[in-house]
Design a protein around this ligand. Structure first.
Ligand code: GGG
Length: 351
């Protein structure tokens, strides 16, 4: 079996971590008994600066034929963030109906949570983030610019189909895991979209009587993710809330450098996309110290999605074994002084 993977390294450390991960991806595939062909597309901010667009006009058509996409990061200090995000990552998620964003937060053995004095049990939860609508739609406008009555409107959109898709996936995951689902909204203040969301959660909950549902407002959820992160199992949240909570989840679990993610097309008619949760980190770009492990774990999720369970587990376990080993190289985000390449070389010996 040969899988055809599109590589979109993107910007900043995105390029470094995708390049560093490539040999590991190939090694793990070989050991798993399959092969991977990769096609690299150097789209992103440099292209935008030269040609005025992050991706070519036929980008979606070009990506359509691939089995999956591995993305690094987008973001450039000379380009507004809304331009880079809306120029590449968001259009891909939308064009391929990647409605479900799955982001695990795991405190690996050997990694210290930065929560001072944290003595809880292991942190191991997964956030299901609605990924193509909600607060991230293009609905809205900005008028009368430069006048006293200048106005900007940003509309959030929650469709029944989109909300049901993410909520159902979250229930399915909760059923397979510990049977606990936390539904995070702000329905005390947002009485239309968020109350509609709660209503859909209540409807779908009836199909999963064995799953216990907890409801939290996003402000309380943020507090509880710091206070009792070990008590969460599956969290379901809107696009914006899921984005925020997963940065919080990444940091309480040790580092943004360890947080992977999957943008899933549930129906399987278009490629899904896998990426580290972190951004392009211009402050450390070019220093060779970016942590590649979030990208390696994202590749593990990619293999899992393709049904290559052994290769997925092999990669995940290799990362866990490296982190549990006191003598293994670590990048500075984990308190070490090693570079990206040493982490990768060591990891290849653990596959
Ligand atoms: N690798 C992911 C990345 O570049 N993240 C930057 C970012 O701002 N992401 C927002 C999002 O995931 O919606």
């Amino acid at each position: 079996m040969t899988y055809d993977i599109a590589l979109l390294p993107g910007d900043g450390i995105g390029v470094e971590v995708v390049d560093a991960t490539l040999p590991i991806l190939e090694d793990a595939a070989e050991r798993g008994g399959f092969s991977v062909e990769t096609t690299r597309y150097d789209w992103g901010s440099e292209r935008y600066l030269q040609e005025g667009a992050m991706m070519p006009a036929d980008a979606i058509e070009t990506l359509e034929g691939h089995d999956a996409i591995l993305l690094g990061a987008v973001g450039h200090p000379d380009i507004p963030d809304h331009v880079t995000l809306r120029g590449m990552m968001l259009p891909i998620r939308k064009a391929f109906d990647q409605q479900v964003c799955k982001r695990p937060s795991v405190l690996f053995e050997g990694v210290e949570s930065p929560l001072r004095g944290y003595e809880g049990e292991d942190i191991d939860f997964v956030v299901f983030r609605e990924n193509t609508e909600g607060e991230y739609t293009d609905a809205g406008g900005h008028e009368h610019q430069g006048y006293a009555h200048e106005v900007a409107v940003q509309t959030a959109i929650y469709t029944r189909q989109g909300t049901e898709a993410i909520v159902r996936e979250a229930f399915e995951a909760a059923e397979e895991r510990d049977g606990r689902l936390t539904n995070v909204t702000k329905s005390n203040a947002q009485a239309h979209g968020m109350v509609f969301w709660d209503q859909i959660v209540a409807e779908i909950a009836e199909e999963y009587p064995e799953v216990t549902v907890e409801r939290l407002l996003v402000d309380a959820a943020s507090m509880d993710l710091v206070r009792r992160p070990d008590e969460f199992d599956v969290i379901v949240a809107s696009n914006l809330f899921g984005d925020i909570l997963t940065d919080l989840g990444a940091i309480v679990s040790g580092s943004m450098g360890l947080a992977p993610s999957a943008n899933i097309n549930v129906e399987g008619h278009s490629p899904s996309m896998f990426e580290p949760v972190h951004g392009s980190a211009p402050d450390i770009t070019g220093e060779g110290v970016a942590n590649p492990l979030a990208t390696v774990l994202s590749v593990s999720m990619l293999f899992d999605h393709l049904g290559e369970d052994d290769a997925a587990a092999n990669l995940w376990n290799a990362v866990a074994s490296q982190l549990a080993d006191d003598g293994a190289p670590r990048t500075p985000d984990l308190g070490g002084a090693s570079g990206t390449e040493s982490v990768v070389s060591d990891l290849r010996t653990r596959l």
